[in-house]
Design a protein around this ligand. Structure first.
Ligand code: ADP
Length: 513
C-alpha cells in the first residue's frame, strides 16, 4: 500500500505541482507585461498633453510671425491671450531687446523680468545659436530660458525670422498657472474622461490643477516633466482600482483557484488510494476464503471417509459403536450440506438472484421450531440452550426459510465462538413497534473495532482476539443480507471475554405490500 501511495503521489501530485508552479511563474510574467503596457499607456497620455502644449505655443508663434509688422494686432493678440503675459523681441548677435508687448493683466510689466530676460539671453548664447541653426534648416524649436522656480513665468524663446533674413528672436512670457488652468485643463478633462486623473504640480510638489478640479494629495502613479513649463510636472492616476489592486486581485483569485484545484486533487488521490486499498483487501479476503472453504470441506469429508471405510471393512463389531459412527457420518454430511448450501445461497444473493417468498407469521413459531430442532445437537455439545419468547408478538411478513437460515447461522457462530461458558439464549420481543430476535452467547466476544467489519463478506477476525475456529467468513454477511431483504437491520452488543448479543430487528408489517 505504501508503494501504491508513493506511486500515486509521484504520477498525480508531482506533475500537477510542477504545472501549478509553472502557472504561478507565468502569472508573474503576464503581470509584469501588463504593468509595462499600462505604464506605456500612461506615458503616451502624458506625452499627448505635452504635445498639445507644444501645438498651442506653435500656433501662437505662427500668429506672431504673421502679424510681425502690425503692432496693433500684436498688442491685441497678447491682450486676448489668457496665458501669454508678454512677447519680447530681441536681436542676435547683439542680444538686445528691441520691442515688448505686454498684456493688460500685468499693469506694470516688471522691470526685473525684462532685466532677467536680458541677462538670460546673454547666458544662453549657445542655445540661441542652436535655435537659429534649426530655423535655418526650416524647423522652429522652442527652448525654455529659465530653469525651475526662478520666476512665476515660463520664458520660451524661438527664432521668428525668415531663414534668409537677419536673426530676430522672440521670448514668450507665459503665466505658468494660467497656462495650466485656462489652456491645459479643458484638454486634459477631455483626455481623462473620468477614467484617469491628470494632475499638474509644481516642482515644489504644490498642487496646481487637476482634471477633476479638486485638490489632490494622494500618490501619483506616473509623472513626467512638462516640456515647455520647466517648473511644472504632470502626473496621472487611475480612478477607482489601481493597476496594483487589479493585479493583486487577479493573483489572489488565481491562488484561490489553484488551492481549490489542489484540494480537489488531494481528495481524488485519497479516494483512489482508499478504493485501491479496499480492492486489495478484498482480493486478500477472497484468497483467504478459498483456503478457508477448502479447510471447512476437508474436515467433514475426512471424517466421513474414515468412518465409512471402518464400517465397510467391518472392523466395528459393537452395534453401539456402529450406531455412533453412522451418526457421525450423518452429522458430518449435514455439516457439509450446510456449508455448500450457505456458499450457494451467498453466491445467489451476490448475483441478486435469490428470491424471497414472504408470508405473514408469528416469529415465535419460527424460533420455537429452531429451538426444538437444535436442542439435542447443542445439549450434546454441552450447551445450555434456552429460549425466552415474548408472549405479545405481532405477526410480521417474513421468508421463513431465509430467516431461519439467518438465525441458525447466528446459533452456529454462538456455538463456534464459545469457550468455557457454554450457554446460548434465543429471545424474541417488541421494541418501538419492531419485532426483534436475539441470539445471546457467553463466548469470546468481539472487540469494538471489529464489530462493524465482521458483517463484511469474507471477513474473519484475525487480530486481537485470535481464535482457532474454522469458518468461511460469509455467515454474517449472509445474515445481514437476509435481514436487509426484510427491510430490517442487525445490531450487535459484545464485550471481549463476556459474550455477544446479535439482535435482528424487523419492522412492522406495512413494509411490504
Ligand atoms: P465465519 O464464522 O465463517 O468465520 P462469519 O461471517 O459467520 O464467518 O463471522 C465473521 C467473524 O465474526 C468470525 O470469524 C468471528 O471472528 C466473528 N464472530 C461471529 N460471531 C461471533 C460470536 N458469536 N462470538 C464471537 N465472534 C464472532
Amino acid at each position: 500500500m505504501k508503494k501504491i501511495g508513493f506511486i500515486l503521489i509521484l504520477i498525480i501530485i508531482l506533475p500537477v505541482a510542477f504545472l501549478i508552479f509553472n502557472e504561478i511563474g507565468k502569472l508573474n510574467e503576464t503581470e509584469e507585461v501588463l504593468e509595462e503596457t499600462y505604464n506605456n499607456q500612461l506615458e503616451a497620455i502624458l506625452f499627448s498633453v505635452n504635445q498639445y502644449s507644444d501645438d498651442i505655443v506653435n500656433s501662437w508663434a505662427n500668429k506672431i510671425v504673421e502679424s510681425r509688422d502690425d503692432e496693433l494686432l500684436l498688442q491685441q493678440f497678447v491682450r486676448d491671450n489668457l496665458a501669454l503675459e508678454a512677447v519680447v523681441f530681441f536681436k542676435y548677435p547683439e542680444n538686445k531687446i528691441n520691442e515688448v508687448f505686454v498684456s493688460d493683466r500685468i499693469t506694470q510689466f516688471e522691470k526685473t523680468v525684462l532685466n532677467k530676460i536680458d541677462s538670460l539671453i546673454n547666458e544662453n548664447k549657445t542655445t540661441i545659436e542652436r535655435l537659429i541653426e534649426y530655423r535655418k534648416s526650416g524647423y522652429r524649436k522652442f527652448e525654455p530660458l529659465n530653469s525651475a522656480n526662478e520666476l512665476n513665468y515660463s520664458l520660451l524663446i524661438f527664432s521668428a525670422a525668415a531663414p534668409d533674413e537677419f536673426n530676430e528672436l522672440v521670448c514668450f512670457v507665459i503665466n505658468s498657472e494660467s497656462f495650466a488652468k485656462k489652456i491645459l485643463l479643458p484638454r486634459i478633462q477631455q483626455i481623462t474622461q473620468n477614467k484617469f486623473l491628470i494632475i499638474v504640480k509644481d516642482n515644489q510638489n504644490q498642487f496646481v490643477v487637476s482634471s477633476d478640479n479638486k485638490t489632490f494629495d494622494g500618490n501619483i502613479e506616473y509623472e513626467k516633466p512638462m516640456w515647455l513649463i520647466p517648473n511644472y510636472k504632470i502626473g496621472i492616476v487611475l480612478l477607482g482600482e489601481t493597476i496594483q489592486d487589479l493585479v493583486r486581485e487577479r493573483a489572489t483569485n488565481n491562488l484561490i483557484l489553484i488551492t481549490v484545484l489542489l484540494l480537489i486533487l488531494l481528495f481524488a488521490v485519497i479516494f483512489v488510494f482508499r478504493a485501491v486499498k479496499k480492492e486489495l483487501e478484498l482480493a486478500q479476503l477472497k484468497a483467504d476464503f478459498v483456503s478457508n472453504v477448502s479447510h471447512e470441506l476437508r474436515t467433514p469429508l475426512a471424517l466421513i471417509s474414515m468412518f465409512a471405510e471402518t464400517l465397510e471393512l467391518e472392523r466395528v463389531k459393537n452395534d453401539e459403536k456402529k450406531k455412533e459412527y453412522y451418526s457421525i457420518i450423518s452429522q458430518e454430511a449435514n455439516r457439509l450440506g450446510r456449508i455448500v448450501n450457505s456458499i450457494l445461497n451467498f453466491a445467489k444473493m451476490e448475483a441478486g438472484k435469490r428470491k424471497f417468498t414472504f408470508e405473514q407469521k408469528n416469529i415465535n413459531e419460527v424460533v420455537d421450531n429452531i429451538h426444538q430442532t437444535y436442542s439435542y445437537h447443542l445439549q450434546n455439545k454441552g450447551f445450555k440452550f434456552e429460549k425466552e419468547l415474548s408472549s405479545n408478538i405481532p405477526e410480521i411478513k417474513i421468508d421463513t426459510e431465509a430467516l431461519s437460515e439467518a438465525i441458525i447461522n447466528l446459533i452456529d457462530n454462538a456455538v463456534k465462538y464459545s469457550d468455557n461458558r457454554k450457554e446460548v439464549i434465543l429471545k424474541t420481543g417488541v421494541n418501538n413497534n419492531s419485532v426483534f430476535i436475539e441470539v445471546i452467547d457467553k463466548g469470546i466476544g468481539i472487540a469494538a473495532e471489529e464489530q462493524k467489519k465482521i458483517f463484511d463478506k469474507f471477513y474473519r477476525v484475525s487480530s486481537g482476539l485470535i481464535h482457532n475456529v474454522k469458518g468461511t467468513g460469509i455467515g454474517l454477511s449472509l445474515v445481514k443480507q437476509i435481514v436487509e431483504a426484510h427491510k430490517g437491520r442487525i445490531e450487535l452488543k459484545s464485550n471481549p471475554g463476556e459474550g455477544s448479543t446479535f439482535r435482528i430487528i424487523i419492522p412492522p408489517i406495512e413494509f411490504s405490500s
